[in-house]
Write a protein that binds this ligand. Sequence first.
Ligand code: ZN
Length: 156
Amino acid sequence: MGTFDNFVAQLRCPRCQRLSSADDSTGIQTKLRDEPDASWFSVGSQLSFDLHRVAESGYLPVQPAGQPLRLLQIWSCGHCGKYPNWAEVVIQGDRVAAIEAVPLDLATLDRIHFIDEDVAYFVAAHAGRELADVPYAEIVPLLRDLLKCSVDLSSG
Ligand SMILES: [Zn+2]
């Protein structure tokens, strides 16, 4: 309980341009597996989970899941402290196919299937709303509206 696994990769910070270590310093946590045990998953790792439970595992659905499955995760820079940064995790079958730093923009949103539910904090803050006043189902539509207005969700 309370445990999670980590995605790990060398990610370039969009603010300081330095590369992260491929370890849990980026803080990319996931509860995709039924019994996470603080394992690290990198590109090429085998990762088995129930596709029907992704939305109950700390992710908001953006569009119907496809293959490969694309998740957008939050990460933080261990060098300059930048948070949030964003990373796209691509899972092909039961393998991690890619973990890459990406901007959170409309093109990314149109491509991904699920987004880290912690995005809700930033959506509410940028929308000038209290998090508690934003219904769960409105978060992704509100995010899309903000991105259409070129709001930079990367500014903490
Ligand atoms: Zn940085």
